[in-house]
Structures are given as C-alpha cells and as structure tokens.
Design a binder for this molecule. Structure first.
Ligand SMILES: NC(=O)c1ccc[n+]([C@@H]2O[C@H](COP(=O)([O-])OP(=O)(O)OC[C@H]3O[C@@H](n4cnc5c(N)ncnc54)[C@H](OP(=O)(O)O)[C@@H]3O)[C@@H](O)[C@H]2O)c1
Length: 254
C-alpha cells in the first residue's frame, strides 16, 4: 500500500467516524449499564473486553517486531505507548472489572474488533512501512509537539486509570448495582475515564503528527462523547439526587 492509498483510506474512515458519531447520539451502544438482549447472541462481559481489544495489541506488536522501519527509529516509543494502553485494556482491565451476570452482545464485540483492526492496522502500517526513519529521529524527541503530546498522553492515561479504578471499586464484593461516584474529576464530569482516554489519544496524535494518528483521535472522540452523554443521561434518570452541576465529559464546558 502506498502513502497516498493509506491517506485515502484514512479520509474514508474519518467520514465513517463522523457518521457513527451522529448515529451514537440516537442509538445507545448496548454494553455495560446499557446492555440489551435485543442485539442477538450475548457473550460474557470479561471475555468480550478481551477479544475485542486484543487485536489492537497484537497488530501493534506485529508491526513493532516485524515492520521495516519500526526498530530503526524512535517510532518504537509510539508503539510502546500504544502497546501499554492495549495491554491494560485487553488483558488487565477485564480482570479488574467486577464479575456480574451482565453480558454484552456479540455484535458489539465484532464491531469493536473491526474498529481495532482498522485503527491499529493504519497506525502500525504507517509507523512501520510508510514513515521514513528521519521522521522519528532525535530532533523529533526534542520537538514541542513530541513533548506536549507525551505529557498529554501520560496525563490522559493516569486520569483514565484513576477514574476506572474508582468506578470499579464502587461495588463491594457481591454487589452488582450502581452508586453515584464522588471525588476526583467526578465532581465536575460524569465520565472522567472517557475524558482521560480522549486526552490520551489527542496526545498520541500530537506526538505522532501523522494522518492515522489524527484519524484515531477523531474516532476516539466520535465514540466516547456520545457514550459519555448516554452515561450521564442514564445517571440523571437513575439517581434522583444526581449532582445537577456535573457536566457530561468536558469540565465546565459540556
Ligand atoms: N477507545 C474507545 O473508543 C473506547 C470505547 C469504549 C470504552 N473505552 C474505554 O473502556 C473503559 C470502559 O468504558 P465504559 O464506557 O464501559 O465505562 P463505564 O461505563 O464507566 O464502566 C467502567 C466500569 O465501572 C463500572 N461502573 C461504572 N459506573 C458505575 C457506577 N455508577 N456504580 C458502580 N459501578 C460502575 C462498570 O460496570 P458495568 O459494566 O456493570 O456497568 C464497569 O465495570 C474506559 O476506560 C473507556 O475509556 C474506550
């Protein structure tokens, strides 16, 4: 695949992201608290998280180890960040979430596999086969966009981890219901975990400074903003004492 072909695919994929973004405000993705049996066969929740996120980890590992340019420039830093995030999401996170009888539709897992195949495929292929070793040389390490991007990635990752940790630990052993999260960024927004994830991939796009990275940032935003709105609306309807001043996903803004 040439650079021009990859760019064309990225633009098409960006167009699909915008369509999905709009659709998701009208159709709630049926997993987690929004799960529903109306979407066909169901699978175990933890297994679902594992199989839907694993492709992203494996694809990036493949391109890191076997790609033409992966280990001859500092692009390995981008691979390392991606692999760190997806090791958590596919292997650690499913073990951390509390076991409930909740299941997810197979349809959701299959969609997420497609999402991960394309995003990791585009990003891994660009870094391993399209980017020249000069693109990620020593000058890149001292560039402003690298340093600011890395800072954002780390801060976003920590926010995402902290928020997931607090949410997961709201339930005591054996509990399956929902409680109002308090403290940390929960005093300002309903979904700090999704907010952290958006910051994280914005940082990655800034560091990588390429079209696949930007495409993945837009997809993350497209997916997570409506999901946060669904979470927020669900909370407001579910808890009569839900804090009125709490925003959806961006502190003080939305
Ligand atoms: N990159 C992407 O496009 C993408 C897409 C989706 C998710 N993600 C990431 O995946 C992670 C999970 O996303 P999510 O939307 O499923 O998160 P979530 O709805 O906030 O749930 C996170 C965990 O906390 C539990 N939980 C949430 N609110 C709770 C409450 N009020 N009381 C008790 N337990 C509660 C959930 O249990 P239940 O499952 O039982 O509700 C789940 O185990 C996040 O870190 C997110 O950033 C990324």
């Amino acid at each position: 695949m040439t650079k021009e072909q990859l760019e064309l695919y990225c633009y098409i994929w960006l167009g699909i992201a915008i369509a999905v973004h709009v659709t998701m405000f009208f159709v709630t993705a049926p997993f987690g608290r929004h799960t529903s049996k109306n979407w066909g066969p169901m699978i175990n929740n933890k297994l679902g998280w594992f199989i839907m996120e694993l492709p992203s980890l494996l694809i990036m590992l493949y391109f890191l180890l076997f790609g033409t340019n992966s280990l001859v420039s500092y692009s390995w830093i981008l691979f390392a960040l991606w692999i760190t995030h997806y090791t958590n999401r596919s292997i650690i996170y499913p073990f951390r979430i509390k076991a409930t009888s909740k299941k997810m539709p197979l349809f959701i897992a299959l969609n997420a596999i497609l999402f991960n195949l394309v995003n990791a495929g585009f990003n891994g292929y660009f870094l391993a086969e399209i980017a020249s070793p000069e693109m990620y040389n020593e000058d890149w390490l001292y560039s402003t966009h690298f340093m600011v991007g890395l800072g954002l990635f780390v801060v976003g990752f920590l926010i995402n981890q902290r928020a997931d940790h607090l949410l997961i630990n709201l339930r005591k052993p054996g509990e399956t219901g929902y409680k109002i999260p308090k403290g940390f960024l929960f005093d300002y927004i309903s979904s700090p975990n999704l907010f952290g994830e958006i910051i994280e991939w914005s940082g990655f796009a800034l560091m990588a400074w390429n079209l696949p990275g930007l495409t993945f940032m837009v997809w993350t935003f497209a997916n997570l903003v409506p999901r946060a709105k669904n979470h927020h609306d669900w909370n407001v309807n579910h808890f009569s004492d839900y804090p009125k001043k709490r925003k959806i996903i961006f502190p003080f803004l939305y």
